[in-house]
Ligand binder design. Sequence first.
Ligand SMILES: NC(=O)c1ccc[n+]([C@@H]2O[C@H](COP(=O)([O-])OP(=O)(O)OC[C@H]3O[C@@H](n4cnc5c(N)ncnc54)[C@H](O)[C@@H]3O)[C@@H](O)[C@H]2O)c1
Ligand SMILES: N[C@H](C(=O)O)[C@H](O)COP(=O)(O)O
Length: 338
Amino acid sequence: MTQPHLTLTLGDPAGIGPEIVLKALADERLKDYCQITVIGSRSVLESTYQQLHSLTELVSPDQISIWDVPLSAKDDLKTGMGNAATGKASFAYLNTAIEQTIAGNFDGIVTSPIAKSCWQLAGHDYPGQTEVLAQATDRDQFGMLFVARSPHTGWTLRTLLATTHIPLQQVSQTLTPALMTQKLDLLIETLQENFDIKQPQIAIAGLNPHSGENGQFGTEEQDWLFSWLEQAQTTYPDVKLIGLVPPDTLWVKAGLAWFQDQSQSPIDAYLALYHDQGLIPVKLMAFDQAINTTIGLPFIRTSPDHGTAFDIAGKGIARCDSLKAAIELAAQLTGTKS
Ligand SMILES: NC(=O)c1ccc[n+]([C@@H]2O[C@H](COP(=O)([O-])OP(=O)(O)OC[C@H]3O[C@@H](n4cnc5c(N)ncnc54)[C@H](O)[C@@H]3O)[C@@H](O)[C@H]2O)c1
Ligand SMILES: N[C@H](C(=O)O)[C@H](O)COP(=O)(O)O
């Protein structure tokens, strides 16, 4: 089987993207999994290399495949200071990757972090890269799945977010039976098709404290979530749906399976109802291992679970582990894409 040819976008050029790209690609083992072409500014990679190669191990830009998307001469680039120019540049890197992947020149996309605020400054009103990818591929059913394999026990934590970049006060009104069904359908398809888990066990979080405590602390569970779950279990007799688990204890066994013994949790995936309900435990346990995987696209797209880290950009101390894990997962899943 030929190796997948992935494209890796540079992300916001003022963030840690250029540094972690050169750090990750310094690992020769990645060549065992895939070919990689970086899409971004060659000059930014060269200046990052000049600035940091004496502090940390980096691959030289002349040793890697780069699809150069130059910064415009007037772009004001200061490492650690995202702005409209860096937002414009990172938006262009992503769109070039999408165009070339749709054209069949790449098998999948790995995206380095962008700053949503810089996209806004550049006039691109998207909540993130996920929505750009979905719009460009005409997909209205897609999901944000975080995948992380424990370096302690080998157990894999998978967490799908039912809602993502919306204000907390909008979560309850955004959650509907149709949305939950859409996300659960995608999750089950992904577990069965891409992870070869034919009869998955999926835990679903409640929304309110203690899942509403019989309506005492909120009524969404009683009003519709419990009946939706019952219906969903009937729809999927081969899948074990567990819930609505009170969110404050939902992750306890995941923690034991992550740090102590994988048999502590038989759960193949967690369905969290909103961004931080799912990502606080993911990033607490697995910050350096977790991979953001967009499900529902016609091609594989992964991304590290962290952002542009403007506060440490240019210091040579950013870790590339999550990016490397994203590259490895993209290579692995490209082979299984149905
Ligand atoms: N995948 C993505 O594109 C992605 C993910 C999350 C946040 N963001 C965006 O990034 C910007 C900054 O977000 P934030 O500050 O909330 O989160 P962040 O992940 O950029 O940083 C949070 C903290 O973690 C540290 N950190 C992050 N990545 C690290 C790494 N690889 N190695 C060492 N330390 C690391 C940072 O120094 C910072 O202290 C925002 O605009 C946000 O929207 C993008
Ligand atoms: N919510 C993700 C995280 O915290 O890692 C990230 O912001 C996703 O954003 P994109 O849609 O731009 O991948």
